[in-house]
Design a binder for this molecule. Structure first.
Ligand SMILES: C[S@@+](CC[C@H](N)C(=O)[O-])C[C@H]1O[C@@H](n2cnc3c(N)ncnc32)[C@H](O)[C@@H]1O
Length: 258
């Protein structure tokens, strides 16, 4: 057998929020490399009992490469398990580059990203007619991954779209101050931590009061910041999709032509 690597989206942490395809690929793997800082071990329940499970939290890229080389030599199937969806803040592109260099075939299996799982936990839709039809996914600048100047938070916030801000639990005060330069203080906002995991918790408040009374260090890790008018409840706005007067390919308008 020739080696192959599957990049698998683990989802936000609950073992039943991985896709069927992801769980099957995980169940067929000889080796699983997983980002243990974000992927709970519970997700490994889909693996074979004799799988070699390696937590990559302590490995650098060269050490990960060594695992891919071992897989090549032994014809192993490798599951590279990333939290949420592998295409978002997964540092997967550099691994794919490495695999292309080694001529090891790879395939990507998407996952439920944490931002959609957070929306689900809040019972919210992120796009609302006339309020916001745009979702901005971003993060505060980090030591390992600086954000380009053209994507500064205040500039993105000027759109007043729905924003989902990753990787910024340690910068809550800075992030909220930047957002408040553009969004009115009454804009609905939320923090969601470890969504779908046993420690899940959320906190909703208008942006201007989002951090009042919170012990900020409790929210430093695995937290999503969501903000935008769309998160408001009982907005009284409805899409035209189910309007009886609105016809489309699958439904005639009441008393009207298709
Ligand atoms: C390295 S990024 C990985 C994102 C991942 N690829 C995704 O699609 O969700 C890690 C950040 O994602 C967010 N995150 C990941 N899992 C989460 C969860 N279960 N609950 C809340 N936020 C989460 C947090 O903002 C965290 O700092």
């Amino acid at each position: 057998m020739n080696a192959k690597v599957y990049f698998i989206g683990a989802g936000p942490g609950a073992p039943d929020l991985i896709t069927l395809r992801g769980a099957r690929a995980l169940g067929a793997a000889d080796v699983v490399l997983y980002a243990g800082s974000l992927v709970p071990e519970a997700v490994l329940e889909h693996c074979r009992e004799d799988v070699q499970a390696i937590n990559t939290a302590g490995l650098n890229l060269q050490e990960q490469k060594d695992w891919y080389l071992r897989a090549m030599q032994n014809g192993w199937t490798v599951a590279r398990l990333h939290s949420g969806d592998p295409s978002i803040y997964g540092a997967t592109a550099e691994q794919m580059e490495l695999l292309r260099g080694l001529e090891v075939p790879y395939e990507v299996i998407p996952g439920v990203s944490s931002f959609t799982a957070c929306a689900a936990a809040l019972g919210a839709e992120l796009t609302r007619p006339e309020v916001s039809q745009t979702i901005i996914i971003t993060r505060g600048s980090g030591r390992a991954s600086p954000v380009p100047e053209s994507e500064a938070l205040a500039g993105l916030a000027a759109h007043r779209a729905t924003m989902c801000i990753f990787l910024s639990g340690r910068q809550l005060e800075t992030v909220v101050a930047e957002l408040l330069t553009q969004y009115p203080p009454e804009t609905p906002a939320a923090l969601v931590q470890r969504v779908s995991q046993p420690e899940e918790r959320h906190h909703r408040a208008p942006l201007g009061r989002l951090l009042s009374g919170l012990k900020l260090s409790d929210w430093a890790l695995t937290t999503m910041i969501l903000v935008g008018g769309a998160l408001g409840e009982d907005l009284g706005v409805t899409s035209r999709l189910y309007d009886p007067e609105y016809a489309h390919r699958f439904r005639r308008a009441e008393g009207g032509a298709e």
